[in-house]
Design a protein around this ligand. Structure first.
Ligand SMILES: NC(=O)c1ccc[n+]([C@@H]2O[C@H](COP(=O)([O-])OP(=O)(O)OC[C@H]3O[C@@H](n4cnc5c(N)ncnc54)[C@H](OP(=O)(O)O)[C@@H]3O)[C@@H](O)[C@H]2O)c1
Length: 287
């Protein structure tokens, strides 16, 4: 399909903004999600003037709030009659001190795992209206650094460290991507595919946004010159969102525009189910 309706979360900066720009150049209708209306509006104007595509809209929500995610999904459905591509791109690595959302959830898990889970669930009905819909979950190779999951401490109350929380959130995101893909297949829903991607090591603000402790602050400063530009980091998301090579490809993990291997050291169907059930349980009120 030439003109897809594409919703990208975290489209106001870094990889999300560059993904949006490239997809706008291809002529699609873009809905840029942001949490700050002024910033989102400015990015929208910038993309319109750089690409000549005026079919760019914004939608605002703080993804740390389930209520806001629900309102965003409802707003989207009031305005659009189908969704062809959802890119769950927004994400962050928080600081060395564990922080919680207003509802008491650890922020890394809330933003990187619960938000894409809830938003996708809430938009499944409108994705189903597309002849060929795709969900792209932006994960990370750092899922390999997660360490062993503790199913008794999924909110990392006892054992928090920023990169551990980040790695686990991205590992679980890969698991729920696979899980949703197989659930859709079991239900005979063949017009929605769900995949995850690693964008590469990309020079964006994510690594500077908070104080992650001396070692990680130093490592990210040292790594910064060898990281790729956000426009390069956007390539795998764009490929998985739109390439005609990937019709019906679902439940896979991509890096460098190719299917890649995930770290399955802690994987089991039971663990995947446990994370799925946990996401479902804590978002239940909003589903
Ligand atoms: N950079 C890398 O090397 C790398 C590697 C692997 C995976 N990733 C993943 O790639 C994705 C994009 O990251 P990036 O590097 O482009 O980061 P970034 O430059 O920090 O951009 C993050 C985006 O998410 C938005 N966001 C953050 N917190 C939010 C919240 N509470 N509610 C709504 N939106 C929120 C930001 O909004 P504002 O503009 O308002 O701040 C921004 O648009 C993330 O999922 C990240 O984990 C990045």
């Amino acid at each position: 399909m030439k003109n897809k309706i594409i919703l990208i979360t975290g489209a106001t900066d870094g990889i999300g903004k560059e993904s949006a720009k490239a997809l706008a150049k291809q002529g699609h209708t873009l809905i840029l999600h942001g949490r700050n209306e002024t910033k989102a509006q400015a990015v929208c104007e910038e993309i319109k003037s750089e690409t000549g595509n005026n079919n760019i809209d914004i939608i605002i929500a703080d993804l740390l709030s389930f209520q806001d995610i629900k309102r965003m999904a409802d707003d989207f459905k009031k305005k659009y009659d189908r969704l062809d591509v959802l890119i769950n791109n927004a994400g962050s690595c928080f600081g060395k001190v564990r922080e919680t959302t207003k509802s008491g959830f650890e922020k890394t898990m809330a933003l990187n795992l619960f938000a894409p889970f809830l938003l996708t669930e809430l938009l499944l009905d409108i994705l189903a209206k597309s002849p060929a819909a795709r969900v792209v979950n932006v994960s990370s190779k750092l899922h390999e650094w997660s360490g062993k999951p503790d199913f008794g401490d999924l909110q990392l109350e006892k054992n928090y460290a920023p990169v551990k929380a980040y790695g686990l959130s991205k590992l679980y995101l890969i698991w729920i991507t696979r899980h949703l893909s197989s659930l859709l297949q079991k239900k005979g829903i063949t017009n929605i595919t769900v995949n995850s991607v690693h964008p590469g090591a990309v020079a964006t603000n994510i690594w500077q946004r908070s104080d992650k402790g001396f070692i990680y602050n130093l490592l990210s400063k040292l790594a910064s010159p060898v990281m790729v530009k956000p426009s390069c980091g956007a390539q795998t998301s764009i490929y998985v969102a739109t390439s005609s090579d990937l019709e019906n490809v679902s439940g896979k993990y991509f890096a460098n525009k190719k299917i890649a291997k995930t770290c399955d050291k802690y994987y089991s169907p039971e663990n995947e189910q446990a994370i799925w059930d946990y996401c479902k349980k804590i978002t239940e009120k909003y589903l």
